[in-house]
Design a protein around this ligand. Structure first.
Ligand code: CIZ
Ligand code: SF4
Length: 364
């Protein structure tokens, strides 16, 4: 082990130099390291991943992997999940600690706990409400769900998870993404009048006791800053020009966008659906730009036209923080025996969070 290499020495490296150094470091590390790449990663990073996928697929991969080091090219909550699900001798690494998720930051333990207590003044909360957290959330919120009979969901299993929850208790508190909760609930046949938005910071979330009693799903008022950029008028304008277009939107998009779409799906579902479409078809896709650009390139030779839903560049700025410079930096440090940017969830939270994650993973 030598002194840790400093990120400052990588900041001005050209991308091409980084590429070569990443490849060389990986060769030296062999199967001691596994690199996981989320669909929203930029190409220069994505191409180095041993496994690519959504957060669910990658968490399963992390749990299965034998590698000593799990380098997660994604955002903070994903590296936390990798740490929770991996064995104690494995270490999860996030190349840039500033790669957070603005949606995950919209719910925190103190405010969720406060919400739970306030609900407890109106309902017999622990008997009546199942807390469900989207995987895009901090580990201590997953732990909260673990401790209160709750569960984690992702965008690809949200309906199955809500079904599980309603089999146990009559109501769900869903955080942090109101849109995923609303779009999924509505698809399951729950009318909008039976979903109420909890505004953190307001007494009783800005709701009346009657609204709380009536609600089957209480939706935390959070959203994704990237997916909120897709608007129903983008779909209208595109359809005017190309009436044959099919529209596919991520469930983090607002209700109106999802209602105008032909298909609502997670990143994995979007890839699967578009890849299975026949030559000559045209798709308008509402999810992060890096994924859509790659899908467009992939489908072009197969005669399938893929378009991005927004006229604006909607990229996830925190996913974008993982660049070849940071990836080269963490890998070369590992070659030298230095673990930088390890993500570690305190054991007590990890244990409770694992409960909520295992309940989800057991659903297949
Ligand atoms: O679960 C994920 O990886 C995210 C953030 C989106 C999706 O639909 O896959
Ligand atoms: Fe979070 Fe949205 Fe970025 Fe996904 S796209 S990581 S939800 S900010």
């Amino acid at each position: 082990m030598t002194a840790a290499l400093a990120i400052e020495d990588y900041a001005f490296l050209e991308d091409d130099d980084c590429q070569a150094r990443i490849v060389a470091a990986r060769e030296k590390l062999g199967d001691r390291v596994v690199i996981l790449g989320h669909h929203y990663q930029r190409d220069e990073v994505f191409r180095h991943a041993d496994y690519t996928g959504d957060s669910l697929k990658l968490s399963r991969q992390a749990a299965r992997s034998k590698a000593e080091y799990i380098v997660f090219c994604g955002v903070h909550f994903m590296a936390e999940v990798a740490d929770i699900l991996s064995r104690p001798e494995q270490q999860a690494i996030l190349p840039d600690l500033a790669a957070g998720c603005s949606m995950a930051d919209m719910a925190d333990l103190a405010r969720v706990q406060h919400c739970w207590e306030e609900l407890g003044r109106v309902l017999e909360v622990d008997r009546v409400v199942t807390p469900v957290t989207y995987i895009n959330s901090a580990a201590d919120l997953k732990a909260f769900c673990g401790r209160h009979g709750g569960i984690v969901c992702t965008s690809s299993n949200a309906a199955a998870i809500l079904t599980w929850a309603f089999e146990r208790r009559e109501k769900v508190l869903f955080f942090p993404d109101q849109h995923l909760g609303r779009n999924t609930g509505y698809q399951m046949g729950i009318p909008l009048e039976e979903m109420a938005v909890w505004q953190p910071g307001k007494p009783l979330g800005g709701l009346s006791e009657a609204q709380i009693r009536r609600a089957r799903i209480i939706l935390w008022q959070g959203h994704c800053s990237v997916h909120q950029m897709f608007r129903p008028e983008h779909i209208d304008r595109f359809r005017e020009k190309y009436p044959d277009t099919r529209v596919i939107a991520h469930p983090e998009c607002c209700f109106e966008v999802c209602q105008k779409s032909d298909v609502i799906g997670s990143t994995e579902a979007i890839l699967k659906t578009v890849r299975a479409s026949e030559p000559g078809s045209r798709w308008l896709v509402g999810t992060e730009l890096n994924l859509v650009n790659r899908l467009r390139q992939e489908m072009k030779p197969r005669g399938v036209d893929v378009h991005f839903m927004s006229p604006m560049v909607c990229m996830c700025s925190t996913m974008f923080r993982i660049d070849p410079q940071h990836l080269a930096w963490v890998l070369e440090n590992l070659v030298d025996g230095n673990v930088v940017n390890r993500i570690r969830v305190p054991e007590e939270d990890a244990r409770a969070a694992r409960l909520a994650l295992d309940r989800m993973l057991a659903l297949g």
